[in-house]
Design a binder for this molecule. Structure first.
Ligand code: NAG
Ligand code: NAG
Ligand code: NAG
Length: 440
């Protein structure tokens, strides 16, 4: 009897330690180097960080390459109620865009399941081999880790089977909140999204809901491309892919008084990055900026209390950023935060700047940034902001469905955008943005 008990106990200890070692919450991201994809994952006890990957379905030999990464210990709880997790990361290198890859992570004893991913990564180096291939990015804003997010996650999972996009871009506001319940809400979020983000790079920027303890959960849980200015914070960075240069930036610094230093730091970087992008504009004519807070969304003037996101806060952002975007020939600014969808015309100083040709499906020859809000992926309270009953003159299409969008940089002259409803699973809005002459 006693022996049985000891055996049982030993088995239990082994089982639970295997669980503690089991890699979970896998997610991918592109890095600051071409041909790389970073894998990040979590275990609840310290253990080795192994990554194995091999090419599939291409002319390369399908031999496994092993990488030994590293982990850091993150207290996702609080000072008084600490909860520790180990966040591991390891990087696949020399990926070939013409191959698929199979990868798994673990400690060399306990392994995750296998994942199949595309070898497409940013192409920073010129001339680049891959620029003629269209690139498609799914765009999500204000999601959450609950039932309100589920229709969006379901549709994303369905779209993931079709693999008709290259990566997922998230414009801030993740789990409502990553830090809630001593971080358990954040863990739940990553588990909910794992089928997606372990199979596609997940590129992020911070929103207002990540502000707890100086954005600690955002900074620690995500690893985005690193540059000297961001020092690995993931607050702002850029990447080149296909015919586009994509800038991901942090608009929180403009709406918070205690982030002056970070604001100046980001601005210096942004000016330099826009300059670099414009030097290579002949190769990458599309310059696209993404962030959390809107510069232009329609205020409802019938409301006694004006929507401050689109009114005074947008005004602050316009004062800080609009001229910089306009003068550098930014083509599109994607924004979230407001829980609806709105696509606007090209705008400068609150005035429509007419396209050379415009109809419901097309703008040819825009001469100012086009502003698109897609902040309706889910969010905690299932709260959809109502769309303005007094749409401003530049507003072209608005809806307060739940859903998300996809941008396809087709080639040097054509960008295609579509917004989906997660409820009806249909395309709600689609639009071609066409260049007839260089913007810069
Ligand atoms: C946040 O950062 C500021 C400036 O670096 C620092 O003074 C403050 O103590 C930090 N707060 C927390 C909660 O970490
Ligand atoms: C922007 O233009 C609209 C008309 O489209 C006007 O109602 C609104 O007051 C203007 N906003 C600002 C901040 O000037
Ligand atoms: C770019 O893509 C559009 C839409 O698919 C197509 O009509 C156009 O011919 C393409 N242009 C070039 C230069 O390939």
């Amino acid at each position: 009897m006693r022996l049985l008990f000891v055996l049982l106990l030993t088995a239990l200890v082994h089982l639970s330690s295997a669980l503690m070692f089991y890699p979970e919450q896998l997610r991918l991201s592109w890095t600051e180097r071409e041909g790389e994809i970073r894998v990040t994952w979590v275990t609840y006890t310290g253990t080795e960080s192994w990554l194995k990957f091999r090419p599939l379905l291409c002319s390369l030999h399908a031999d496994f390459v092993t990488v030994v990464g590293s982990y850091k210990i993150f207290n996702e709880g609080s000072h008084s109620v600490p909860r520790f997790q180990c966040i591991h990361t390891a990087v696949m290198k020399n990926l070939n865009p013409d191959c698929y890859y199979e990868y798994l992570v673990g400690n060399n004893m306990v392994w995750s399941s296998r994942h199949i991913i595309s070898g497409r990564t940013p192409d920073y180096e010129l001339p680049h081999q891959d620029s003629e291939h269209p690139v498609a990015l799914v765009l999500v804003g204000d999601l959450g880790a609950d039932a309100f997010a589920q229709p969006t996650i379901d549709l994303l999972n369905e779209q993931a089977i079709l693999r008709n996009f290259d990566a997922i871009v998230h414009l801030g506001d993740f789990a409502y909140e990553l830090d809630d319940n001593w971080g358990e809400t954040g863990d739940m979020y990553f588990r909910m999204l794992e089928p997606l983000i372990s199979n596609f790079p997940y590129m992020t920027l911070p929103g207002n809901h990540e502000d707890f303890m100086n954005y600690t959960h955002y900074k620690e849980r995500f690893t985005m491309p690193i540059n000297t200015a961001n020092q690995g914070s993931g607050y702002f960075y850029s990447f080149d892919i296909g015919r586009a240069h994509i800038i991901m930036m942090n608009t929180e610094v403009y709406l918070s008084t205690d982030m002056q230093e970070q604001k100046a730091n980001q601005l210096n970087w942004l000016i330099e990055d826009l300059g670099k992008a414009n030097n290579e504009r002949d190769v990458r004519p599309w310059l696209i900026v993404m962030s959390h807070h809107p510069l232009y969304c329609s205020v409802d003037f019938t409301m006694a209390e004006l929507n401050e996101d689109c009114w005074d806060e947008a005004e602050i952002l316009r004062r800080e950023l609009e001229d910089l975007f306009y003068e550098n020939g930014v083509d599109i600014y994607f924004q979230a935060h407001v829980h609806y969808y709105e696509r606007n015309a090209p705008i400068y100083k609150n005035q429509t700047v007419t396209c050379d040709y415009e109809d419901d499906l097309t703008c040819v020859g825009a001469k100012a940034p086009i502003y698109i809000t897609s902040g309706c992926a889910g969010n905690r309270k299932g709260h959809r902001d109502h769309i303005s009953r007094t749409p401003q003159l530049w507003s072209r299409y608005a809806s307060n469905h739940f859903g998300y969008g996809k941008i396809v940089v087709q080639n040097e002259t054509h960008v295609y955008w579509e917004e989906y409803s997660a409820d009806s699973k249909a395309i709600l809005d689609k639009y071609w943005i066409v260049k007839n002459s260089p913007r810069y």
